[in-house]
Design a protein around this ligand. Structure first.
Ligand code: NAD
Length: 305
């Protein structure tokens, strides 16, 4: 038996096409705009930001890259986020990670207005996900994994999902998302004992560790769906995931490749979050009658309290 390859690249292209059509058909005067804050000159970050900008512009979405020197102070960065929060032409704000050590990441994430937090990393959106509030903006990578699983399996109810990795940007929000979709969820991490035996229990196995090819064939139950979030660069320069693809492919029912699986889906989900944020902000403008467009009740944190 050979696993079905889940074609994230193709599914992501379909989603971007739908977004492109929806944006083209939109009757508002302005376009949705994503602001990407980039600090320093990390080459990987520069590539990620370039890819996001290109993908946004291809679907008719604006993308403003706001660049700062590696040496920028925390207050200056927070001030620039405040300006983006207040700018009515900006609908989504993301801050590319990693940030230099003088900057407190948590403070930065807290500074982004929840309705513009299209990465879903702010404590506010993380909290909404936790209480299963449908208005939560959900982080793009967990949302990408959910979308691929739903496409592959339909209803996820009662499935046992094992997630390896407990980071705030992948493992933890994904666990909540799958729980909210009625999966039975096990979160494994670097201190988990008997990891391979645990993984063998999984109907759905997601790996997000950053450890190349760590998931082997005998970790995977026959017929399981395997989602590989990891992006690792091998010595030969090639990319590979956290799953030993060649081995596991013979065993699983379906598997995502790296590259071409979760990666392209993550960008599509970020664009979708920005488009949804734009539409919500436009609706709020319409329903707000106070006459103070951008500082009004609808645009402040207070409307959520
Ligand atoms: P992280 O380093 O913050 O977290 C890694 C997690 O894996 C930790 O919770 C750790 O406990 C666990 N872990 C590490 N080694 C382990 C082991 N041997 N056994 C069990 N658990 C182990 O990483 P992250 O930010 O969550 O990213 C994980 C991977 O996903 C990375 O390769 C990253 O590049 C990739 N990633 C991909 C996308 C995408 O769009 N495809 C997005 C985000 C992250």
């Amino acid at each position: 038996m050979s696993a079905e390859i889940i074609d994230g690249k193709k599914i992501a292209a379909e989603i971007r096409q739908r977004l492109k059509e929806e944006i083209a058909a939109d009757t508002h005067e302005d376009l949705p705009v994503l602001a990407v804050v980039l600090v320093g000159e990390n080459p990987a970050s520069q590539i990620y930001v370039r890819n996001k900008k290109k993908a946004a512009e291809e679907i008719g979405m604006g993308c403003e890259v706001v660049e700062f020197a590696e040496s920028i102070g925390e207050n200056a960065l927070l001030h620039s986020l405040e300006e983006l929060n207040e700018n009515p032409h900006i609908n989504g704000i993301i801050v590319q990670q990693p940030l230099p050590s003088q900057i407190n990441l948590q403070k930065v994430l807290e500074a982004i207005l929840p309705e513009k937090d299209v990465d879903g990393f702010s404590p506010y959106n993380a909290g909404l996900l936790q209480i299963k509030d449908p208005s939560a903006i959900v982080a793009a990578t967990p949302k990408a994994v959910l979308t691929l699983l739903q496409k592959q399996l339909g209803d996820l109810s009662g499935k046992h999902a094992v997630i390896i990795g407990r980071s705030n940007i992948v493992g933890k929000p994904l666990a909540l998302l799958l729980l909210n979709h009625d999966c039975t969820v096990t979160i494994a991490h670097s201190k988990t004992k008997n990891l391979s035996a645990l993984c063998q229990e999984a109907d759905i196995l997601v790996c997000a560790t950053g450890k190349a090819k760590m998931v082997k064939k005998d970790w995977v139950k026959k017929g399981a769906v395997v989602i590989d979030v990891g992006i690792n660069r091998l010595e030969n320069g090639k990319l590979c995931g956290d799953v030993d693809f060649d081995e596991v492919q013979k065993h699983a029912a379906a598997i995502t490749p790296v590259p071409g699986g979760v990666g392209p889906m993550t960008i599509a989900m970020l664009l979708e979050n920005t488009w949804e944020a734009f539409k919500k902000q436009k609706n709020q403008e319409k329903t707000c009658h106070c006459g103070h467009h951008h500082d009004c009740c609808c645009h402040s944190h207070k409307s959520h309290e």
